[in-house]
Design a protein around this ligand. Structure first.
Ligand code: APR
Length: 225
């Protein structure tokens, strides 16, 4: 089976009603990214950060996977598909995708502030005073700006083995996720689907760029791969 690695960003969940980060109606409007999604922001105002992610977790119950998520799940019957997502939602899994790596963490998990190994499934609000089994404060299991990306090496090793790298709905401006494409082997085809693709990607690799919505482009793309 052909090995397809799919790197997804906020754009694939946009049609489900989750706002992207950097489009003009982006999620960060009204929220300074460094206040709600950085380790410094957490130290400065944990209540604000917890509240922000509580809202995101609640929103997840109101949305559902869209056709783009479904198509990727359907491909598992025909291809060896691994999804590396920058998204913290669970829409790939809810569409049926099995191999999903959450590079930037998961909304439905929290972890100990003291021990990153102590991770718990969490579907409701997380507040100050909610403690791990060792009595330390819990925090969203999200990779914030200023933090290491623990799954980066695993993700890079998967990209390094793929025959097709499909990049969907990401502005490719946040590192290290944006550098994952450089691990694709020379023979791999790189395809980039985005409504408004990043035009200034620094690479001499040939990238087939398809402009449009994730669901529309994915429904037409099988002819190419
Ligand atoms: N179909 C395809 N692409 C879309 C659609 C759509 N329906 N809607 C928006 N897009 C594209 C936009 O053109 C943009 O290029 O999705 C991209 C979203 O980019 P960002 O908002 O920057 O999101 P992303 O690239 O996932 O951000 C990366 O930044 O803030 C951090 O940790 C956060 O994981 C996030 C990371």
């Amino acid at each position: 089976m052909k090995k397809i690695c799919v790197l997804t960003g906020a754009g694939i969940s946009a049609e489900s009603g989750i706002k992207t980060f950097r489009d003009s109606d982006g999620l960060w409007e009204g929220h300074d990214v460094m206040e709600v999604a950085s380790i410094d922001g957490w130290h400065k105002n944990p209540n604000l950060v917890l509240d922000f992610y509580n809202q995101r977790r609640a929103q997840l119950k109101e949305v559902k996977p869209n056709r783009a998520h479904e198509i990727l799940a359907e491909w598992q019957d025909k291809y060896e598909v691994t999804i590396i997502t920058q998204n913290v939602d669970n829409l790939h899994e809810r569409a049926g995708s099995k191999n999903v790596i959450h590079l930037h963490g998961e909304l439905l998990k929290v972890r100990s502030t003291k021990n990153p190994e102590l991770v718990y499934d969490w579907t409701t609000d997380c507040n100050l005073g909610d403690l791990c089994e060792n009595e330390s404060q819990l925090r969203p299991d999200i990779v914030w700006f200023g933090e290491e990306v623990p799954l980066l090496e695993l993700a890079a090793s998967i990209v390094a083995e793929c025959e097709i790298l499909l990049i969907i709905g990401t502005s490719l401006v946040v590192y290290p996720a944006a550098q994952l494409m450089y691990y694709a082997p020379p023979f791999a085809e790189i395809i980039y689907i985005d409504k408004n693709p990043n035009q200034s990607i620094a690479t001499n690799r040939k990238i087939k760029t398809i402009v449009g919505s994730a669901s529309q482009c994915l429904s037409e793309i099988e002819a190419f791969i």
